[in-house]
Write a new protein. Structure first.
Length: 288
């Protein structure tokens, strides 16, 4: 079997350093701040991003330039026979559809995976793809496996402030004002294609409890595995690592024996939900 390159974007939360150690390639997502272009984990660190965000800098996100994508593929195909490209969910960005169109002239050598993942669940897909490639699977077969498993994941996110959802037009100013007045901590969910409202909590403690119970319910009823033994359980956060580790302990109590991994959310997600967010995610373990 030929050599397979695994490519993703920085929405996966995989850093350039991690990618180098694993042996995969991460396409950095571009940001625009005060008219200048920055690239996640290239010339824009987590610390720089949050400083600018909290100072009120005008920050917008974009998808990678077409030329950057095809140039990367062309470079990789000098050393690899095929590419598995795993962008963020097509339901949350047009970058997946764009990559699919760009791949058409490559005669099957570039397989774009549309498995409706983002952040830590997208990360799991990338690691699965790499493992499947190591086991000798071809690019088309890896794509088929990942897309077959695409809805076998779940994410719940607590947003600490409504400021950034309002700024991005995801909630109305009136709803944001009312939520701020009531000190609400919205819990959002990603079940495949869409980011949707799930619940409203009055405190962080209540929001964390809602997320844990929702994930326990998903494991029992969606994934038919109340213990979560067949799932990867991950914790994600924006800016506040200490809060994430505290949440990790609560999740471990809910899923005894499970190894939870804590990751920072990618900046392209953080831009829309702001600092202080916490998330729990589950992804079905894939066996080759």
């Amino acid at each position: 079997m030929g050599k397979i390159a695994v490519v993703t974007d920085s929405n996966s939360g995989i850093t350039q350093e991690e990618a180098g150690k694993i042996g995969i390639t991460v396409l950095p997502m571009p940001f625009y701040m005060n008219g200048d272009t920055y690239y996640e984990d290239i010339n824009l660190t987590q610390e720089q991003f949050y400083q600018n965000l909290e100072e009120g800098t005008d920050i917008s996100t974009s998808m990678p330039a077409v030329g950057d994508v095809t140039d990367l593929w062309d470079q990789l195909l000098l050393s690899y026979d095929e590419i598995v490209h795993i962008p963020m969910s097509s339901g949350l960005s047009s970058s997946c559809e764009t990559a699919f169109m760009l791949a058409q002239p490559y005669d099957g050598k570039v397989q774009v995976v549309n498995n409706q993942r983002i952040s830590v669940t997208q990360r799991r897909s990338v690691l699965d793809a790499f493992q499947l490639a190591q086991e000798g699977k071809g690019a088309a077969e890896i794509k088929e496996i990942l897309e077959r498993e695409k809805f076998e994941s779940s994410i719940y996110i607590m947003v600490d402030t409504l400021k950034y959802l309002k700024k991005g037009g995801r909630i109305t100013p009136a709803a944001a004002a009312l939520g701020t007045l009531l000190r609400l901590k919205p819990v959002l969910q990603i079940q495949g294609e869409k980011l949707d409202a799930f619940a409203k909590a009055r405190t962080v403690k209540q929001a964390k409890s809602i997320m844990v119970e929702a994930m326990k319910n998903d494991c029992a009823n969606r994934f038919h595995d109340p213990s979560g033994k067949t799932m990867h359980i991950d914790i994600a956060y924006t800016k506040d690592l200490e809060a994430a580790h505290l949440f990790e302990q609560e999740v471990k109590e809910a899923f005894p024996g499970q190894q939870c991994v804590v990751h920072p959310l990618s900046l392209s997600i953080s831009c829309h939900i702001g600092p202080g967010a916490l998330a729990i995610a589950a992804s079905h373990k894939i066996e080759g």
